[in-house]
Design a protein around this ligand. Structure first.
Ligand SMILES: C[S@@+](CC[C@H](N)C(=O)[O-])C[C@H]1O[C@@H](n2cnc3c(N)ncnc32)[C@H](O)[C@@H]1O
Length: 254
């Protein structure tokens, strides 16, 4: 269950979340001149994007929603000096407080939902007319080296689902009724000290064990050792190993 996995990663997530921090910064940098009365954030996790929002919009009430209870507990304690943030346990796919928001944001979270189309519809309905939705998400090319290698090492254990493509994400948003203001598509290679450190980092971000990195059965010890050795050999860069992150940032209006 996704909420259990992210709950388990609540303590370690921030140490390894460089690509997610860059995406959260991209979301905030895309926001237009505005000063909303309140903000809804979906998939708030340990509060990386939330913190940037408090800098940009001091004192604006933020409803920070995450499906993993431990993430909400962790962030509530970490941000106790920010009484304007309300940490809520809820599912972005269905969450609605009864309010309509002038600004909804989300970063590095919505690629996890099982039904992105329905989630876009839900967000559209929660936004007030004229409101803004700023979304940053991971896309299909993320960790492609790892996925390709898994297919070779354990062909019967490939992930059941994949992340959305840039085109799919864009299409779902438009079909939900959003008007596209701006978008940014990027691919970046992040360098890790070695293959072991890389696998540990994505595990501690809560990335492993999910629909995009686990097949119908976990890797055996032998397969895992093979994965580490082959990753180290095939995806080495000057000062470590690399992993690709494909992301998109969308700025939308209702
Ligand atoms: C990779 S973290 C990103 C957290 C934060 N937004 C950031 O930028 O660092 C993803 C978060 O999304 C949450 N999440 C995943 N699926 C969700 C859903 N359906 N509804 C709400 N939160 C969800 C996870 O529990 C996790 O805390």
């Amino acid at each position: 269950m996704i909420e259990k996995r992210f709950s388990a990663a609540a303590e370690t997530y921030d140490r390894h979340a460089r690509p997610q921090l860059a995406l959260a910064q991209s979301v905030v940098s895309m926001l237009p001149e505005m000063y909303p009365e309140q903000i809804l954030e979906l998939g708030s996790g340990t509060g990386q994007l939330t913190r940037l929002l408090t800098d940009r919009f001091p004192d604006v009430p933020i409803e920070a929603v995450d499906v993993a209870e431990k993430m909400a507990v962790h962030s509530r304690a970490k941000f106790k000096r920010f009484p304007q943030i309300n940490w809520i346990v809820g599912d972005a796919q269905t969450y609605w407080s009864g309010d309509h928001y002038p600004l909804i944001v989300s970063s590095s979270a919505l690629h996890w939902v099982s039904d992105l189309r329905a989630t876009c519809d839900n967000i559209f309905n929660s936004l007030e007319p004229g409101g803004t939705f700023a979304l940053g998400m991971m896309l299909k090319g993320t960790l492609r080296e790892l996925h390709d290698l898994r297919k070779v090492i354990a062909p019967g254990k490939t992930p059941v689902l994949t992340l959305p493509t840039y085109e799919e994400a864009g299409a779902y948003l438009l079909e939900a009724g959003f008007h596209l203001e701006r978008r940014r598509h990027s691919e970046e290679e992040i360098i890790y000290y070695d293959a072991k450190a890389f696998l540990k980092a994505i595990h501690e971000q809560g990335v492993t064990g999910g629909k995009v990195s686990t097949g119908n059965a976990p890797l055996s010890r032998t397969e895992l050792s093979q994965l580490v050795a082959d990753y180290q050999e095939n995806f080495t860069s000057g000062d470590g190993v690399y992993a690709t992150y494909e992301t998109a940032t969308f700025l939308l209006n209702k």
